[in-house]
Design a protein around this ligand. Structure first.
Ligand code: BGC
Length: 460
């Protein structure tokens, strides 16, 4: 006779022997799961009457513009990481956006954008600990001023993943970046200096870009400096430290801005920048645990900072199953980096963020790695349509910012991923509008009305 214990034991042993079979079946089902389709180009869309902009970052776009031995010569941790062999391609000159500010402003004017997000390179401002490069500060101030003169409102990001080399000992991940003993004091001084100088020309500040991605890529995946993998404790410490630094920046900005902006200046506006995905529930995720975890994981950082910001800024690229088994990136429904294209997910994310936080929203990045330029036009039009769908339901979206202006340095992917509305001639430094740039220009012109993709004429 079998007792209850025997039955349980047997069941356990069956289950154990079934695990490899289940894994194979799950992998096959995951791989065969309905692949995302490239949506058709709509015949026409209604264009929401919101801000339209473009986003860039300091490190991905700027040329150093200084050589070793020059005053103000600086290095970031990414140069150190490249030298240590951590990257397949070093950044070099980016898109020359530091030396070619006017070229980029002309492109922005041509597009007709209302807003432009650019970044400040902390390492350039403070090349050695406690020593400031005031010429670099003046450069960024002049850029903000020139943007406003061109009728474009600047949105400034103060940190987008890179650290000055003096905060970045690659051999000491436990004291790296935000975890360094000097980070808090130096960060606060840097933020104060930049706000004092920028306040007359800049009203919108995003203190940090997606700190959780930097922590994950740097301390769990080992893809970003310091290149450490599976350091779960450091990963958690980094997110905590970055969050504290974020609060310090918010405090300094709110305290400093009014005294330097000028008596008639409108209130300062502080934004988060957080990566949001639209998750779909995988059929294999029987109890929805993977889905619930992925969603909560996306909200975690915003839950912590949302009260401190005026605008919930977020980035949105893709809609994917919330489970380990992802559809194989075969077919046109993916970006070049295998991200499934899912414009409807953007509507869902807007609805969720709005219901959760009740604050104005700003899409601070949305774009696709597409070297062929066959998918970006559709991606762009359908994602703007997805914003319109949310706006029609009454959800408050302030604006849409496309990532990015020019094909730039895509971190560990080097220059292989092409996110630009413009391509770059690396010989002449000229930038050339792609089809999607013409489309974006016409979308912006049609703001508040109807846009028909067939009406966009792209010169040969
Ligand atoms: C980052 C950008 C990056 C983009 C595309 C965003 O999360 O902020 O720096 O280029 O993703 O991968």
């Amino acid at each position: 006779m079998f007792g209850q214990d025997d039955i349980v034991k047997r069941l356990r042993s069956y289950t154990r022997s079934l695990i490899p079979v289940m894994v194979v079946v799950a992998a096959i089902l995951g791989a065969c799961g309905a692949p995302p389709i490239l949506p058709p180009m709509p015949a026409s869309i209604n264009v929401p009457d919101i801000w339209y902009g473009v986003s860039t970052s300091a490190y991905q776009n700027e040329d150093p513009a200084v050589a070793p031995g020059d005053p103000g010569f600086f290095k970031t941790d990414w140069e150190l990481f490249a030298q240590a062999g951590g990257l397949k391609e070093a950044k070099g000159d980016g898109t020359w956006s530091y030396s070619e500010v006017q070229r980029d402003i002309d492109a922005l004017k041509w597009l007709g954008v209302t807003h432009y997000r650019f970044g400040i390179e902390w390492a350039r401002i403070e090349p050695e600990i406690g020593e400031y490069n005031m010429a670099a500060v003046a450069h960024y101030v002049a850029e903000a001023q020139a943007l406003r003169e061109a009728g474009i409102e600047p949105i400034v990001c103060l940190w987008h993943w890179t650290f000055p080399q003096w905060l970045a000992d690659l051999d000491d991940p436990g004291h790296y970046g935000w975890l360094n003993d000097t980070a808090a004091e130096r960060w606060q001084a840097y933020v104060r200096l930049m706000i004092e100088q920028l306040a007359p020309h800049v009203r919108y500040y995003a203190p940090m870009n997606e700190p959780d991605i930097q922590a994950t890529a740097g301390f769990l995946a080992g893809l970003f400096p310091p290149g450490t993998a599976f350091a779960f404790d450091l990963h958690a410490q980094n997110i905590d430290a970055a969050t504290t630094r974020f609060f310090e920046a918010v405090h300094i900005i709110r305290e400093t801005y009014p005294a330097y902006a000028g008596a008639d200046a409108p209130d300062v506006q502080i934004l988060s920048i957080h990566a949001m995905n639209a998750w779909t529930r995988d059929p294999l995720d029987l109890f929805g645990w993977g889905y619930d975890f992925a969603k909560q994981n996306d909200f975690d950082y915003l839950d912590r900072v949302q009260e401190k910001v005026d605008i919930i800024g977020f980035t949105y690229y893709t809609q994917r199953p919330a489970f380990v088994f992802q559809p194989l990136p075969i077919g046109p429904g993916f970006s070049d980096t295998g991200a499934p294209i899912g414009p409807d997910g953007l509507t869902d994310v807007i609805v969720e963020l709005s219901e959760r936080y009740g604050k104005p929203l700003l899409i601070l990045e949305n774009g696709i790695a597409d070297a062929s330029e066959l998918r970006r036009p559709i991606y762009l039009v359908t994602h703007v349509a997805a914003v319109q769908a949310a706006a029609e339901m009454g959800y408050p979206v302030l604006g849409y910012m496309h990532w990015s202006l020019v094909d730039n340095f895509e971190w560990h992917n080097g220059y292989a991923s092409k996110f630009g509305l413009f391509s770059l001639d690396r010989e002449t430094r000229e930038i050339v509008p792609k089809e999607s740039a013409y489309i974006y220009r016409d979308i912006i012109r049609a703001k508040g009305g109807e846009y028909r993709p067939d009406d966009t004429i792209v010169p040969n």
